[in-house]
Design a protein around this ligand. Structure first.
Ligand SMILES: [Zn+2]
Length: 248
């Protein structure tokens, strides 16, 4: 199902078809266009792509990609990179940006093919095909709870306005950056509603269902295998969770 249709059904208290699934991608990578779109088209699957608009504009590279490139250029291990990223995500946004600048300084930035943003033209082409819709994902990809309220409002407003300018329609779904329980606040949720976003998605894994808060909806991470995708879509994961919790 298209994510918007699924969201509106859930928020209106309507039940979903059994085994209903919605697909989403975050950030706006060119690979969504080059690799994902042909598969979606072949199978007739709708998807929603959440855009970091400054990434597409070419004005704000994704900061975690910059850290990734700089640390790899310095020979850091995957574990060191993970530790550094986890630390950076805890910092107030301005401080985090300073740390990233220091890391990136003097480092050759070999941009990898798969890390590039899609163009607005590619986004428009996918939208015109009818299968792909777009949602907001901030402008410069900060962790919103690490921003001041004014910065949060600016991130949400600029993201919405750039999408409206480029795609001709205002986004009504949003996905939080990072998406953990501490990565947005009740103020973030209010700001999103005030800017016309009907719902927002976290990365807290659970099934969509009635009675959930519209601006803190759950979402599963990308499955790493077909088996994991099947376990997620069929609800097997949730069964295991309930067994472990001794739940009903
Ligand atoms: Zn993201």
């Amino acid at each position: 199902m298209p994510l918007l249709e699924m969201t509106q059904a859930v928020l209106a208290g309507r039940s979903l078809p059994s085994r209903a699934v919605a697909i989403s991608f975050d950030d706006g990578l060119a690979s969504n266009y080059h690799l994902g779109f042909p598969v979606l088209r072949e199978l007739g699957l709708p998807a929603t792509i959440f855009l970091a608009t400054g990434f597409l504009d070419g004005t704000h590279p994704l900061w975690f990609q910059e850290v990734d490139r700089a640390m790899k250029a310095r020979g850091s291990s995957a574990a060191e990179l993970a530790t550094r990223l986890a630390h950076l995500k805890t910092l107030p946004d301005a401080l985090m940006r300073g740390e990233v600048r220091k890391l990136v300084e003097g480092c050759a930035q070999a941009e990898s093919e798969v890390a590039r943003p899609m163009s607005w033209e590619q986004a428009r082409e996918m939208q015109a095909g009818g299968l792909v819709a777009f949602g907001g994902h901030t402008h410069t990809h900060p962790v919103l709870s690490r921003c001041t309220p004014a910065q949060q409002a600016e991130e949400i407003r600029v993201c919405r306005d750039r999408m409206t300018e480029e795609l001709g329609t205002s986004p009504c779904l949003f996905a939080y950056t990072n998406g953990g329980p501490g990565d947005f606040t009740s103020e973030t949720q209010e700001l999103l509603a005030a800017h016309g976003f009907q719902a927002a998605f976290t990365m807290m894994p659970a099934r969509l269902g009635a009675g959930l808060p519209s601006h803190a909806l759950p979402r599963y991470g990308n499955p790493t295998s077909v088996l994991e995708a099947e376990a997620t879509a069929s609800g097997a994961f949730e069964l295991v969770k309930q067994w472990r919790g001794g739940g009903r």
